[in-house]
Ligand binder design. Structure first.
Ligand code: UDX
Length: 429
């Protein structure tokens, strides 16, 4: 099949490389000439495991090309996948400007029976608007579909190649049959549903996971008050098969490019349909406030942060990515500095450009954990990078009083305390 992917952001580039690796002819289309030039040279503008190798391999095999020309790409494509950004608008709804712009640009070149599928996360009703827009400029018969994306950063290529399920939202058998052909190679369950259900499934999956994390974070707060240990609680309840132990390790709150945005958008969408005070609105507020409440608690454990030397370990929003969007470090570091601390931070991959020593002399990024913790009064473990959690902290205990804030509950509290550190975890004593 010949497929155009519009938008060469994270989801677009991963999808393009993976669809090509399945034997399809794929064209990556973007209006940003700079990005396209880089991609043509096999350069991915962000880090994602295995992606650059796959991209280069598929380009060499001549299955994957990149262009800025709508005419060139759309006129030869049977399937067009829209994967452009949907940033949050000022009222927190999804800004559909780029989705609609791509509809306008592709319409004149559509070939007969092409399928135009939206992969960007959009609220119900968007595909109908898109189809209307295309119909204003094109007389050919075409089909619409919704293809929500469930991949995670850091394992995006793997997730795309090994999906738990594929969700196809459409109205016509023609679309289901054709998209089944594209996806049957994965041997994963394929869910056929209405377009509105597919779009809701995406928001629901992310909001559910965000709710699950928020829930366990709130339970961790209670454990903190009564001497219970959240890890023991998770273990105990997780053996109930209806609950499970996966995907709710507590922390400073969820971050990244998807959860905060998707929960906010579903909350905003809820308001537009008269569901103002619902859970989605609440989750967003709780998660936003959480990190600051914890920082106030932490501050008391070390008698204030003023003049303290602090090591911050982990800058990205999670391991295996350089993505800093809604990363805890972007709140923790400015907060600590505002309280008069000086920071040495370390991350195996991410770079906190807005807050480096060139612009803020109180913050210095260093090359490894050892350098970061040298002379530190307190150590913030923010991200569970293997290089950080496997570091032998007890061997590096200094004479001064030192506190480890284990914001991911990754360390053994007894071992850390035995070495002489004050240990502060999340929801554990
Ligand atoms: C998420 C969804 O998992 C994915 O299906 C969707 O397509 C995009 O959004 P991603 O943002 O890459 O993927 O990261 P994920 O690993 O799910 O983590 C999201 C956030 O939740 C991170 O800040 C992470 O640290 C946090 N998290 C995750 C927790 O705090 N506790 C957990 O148990 C799991």
């Amino acid at each position: 099949m010949t497929i155009t992917i519009i938008g060469t952001g994270f989801v677009g580039v991963v999808s393009a490389a993976v669809y090509a690796s399945l034997g399809n002819r794929v064209i990556g289309l973007d209006i940003d000439q700079n990005k396209i030039n880089k991609l043509k040279k096999g350069q991915v503008p962000f880090f994602e495991a295995d992606l650059e190798e796959l991209l280069i391999e598929q380009q060499k095999a001549k299955r994957l090309t990149f262009t800025t020309s709508y005419q060139e790409a759309i006129s030869q494509s049977e399937i067009i996948v829209i994967a452009v950004g949907t940033p949050s608008a000022p009222d927190e709804t999804a800004d559909l400007r780029y989705v609609m712009k791509s509809a306008e640009s592709l319409a004149p070149y559509l070939q007969k029976d092409a399928i135009v599928a939206i992969k960007s996360t959009v609220p119900p009703g968007t595909l109908e608007k898109l189809i209307k827009k295309i119909k204003k400029q094109s007389k050919v018969k075409f089909y619409g579909a919704s293809l929500p994306e469930f991949l995670r950063e850091g394992s995006a290529v793997y997730d795309t190649l090994h999906p738990d399920r594929i969700v196809i939202g459409a109205q016509d058998d023609f679309v289901f049959k054709k998209l089944d052909q594209l996806y049957e190679v994965f041997k994963a369950p394929i869910v056929h549903c209405s377009v509105a259900s597919a779009q809701m499934a995406k928001y629901t999956a992310n909001t559910y996971l965000a709710t699950r994390i928020t829930f366990i974070n709130e339970i961790a707060n209670l454990c903190q008050k009564n001497g219970a240990d959240i890890e023991e609680v998770i273990n105990a309840i997780g053996l109930d098969q209806r609950i499970g132990q996966h995907y709710w390790y507590p922390g400073l709150g969820y971050g990244g490019s998807c959860f905060p945005k998707d929960v906010k958008e579903l909350a905003a969408y809820s308001r537009t349909v008269g569901e103002e005070g619902n859970l989605m609105n609440k989750i967003n507020e709780i998660n936003k406030q959480r990190i600051f409440d914890l920082l106030i608690d932490f501050e008391k454990k070390v008698n204030g942060f003023a003049d303290k030397k602090i090591a911050v370990l982990g800058l990205s929003f999670k391991p295996n990515t350089d993505d800093m969007r809604e990363a805890p470090s972007t709140k923790v570091i400015p907060y600590l500095i505002s309280k008069g601390a000086s920071i040495k931070s370390y991350d195996p991959m991410a770079n906190y450009e807005e807050f480096t020593n060139e612009k803020h002399k109180e913050h210095q990024q260093v090359a490894n954990v050892k350098q970061a913790i040298k002379g530190a009064d307190a150590i913030f473990l923010l991200v569970e990078w293997p290089k950080i959690v496997n570091f032998p902290f007890p061997e590096f205990k200094e004479k001064r009083p030192q506190t480890i804030f284990d914001c991911r509950n990754q360390l053994d509290p007894d071992e850390i305390k035995k070495a002489g550190y004050q240990y502060v975890g999340i929801g554990r004593s």
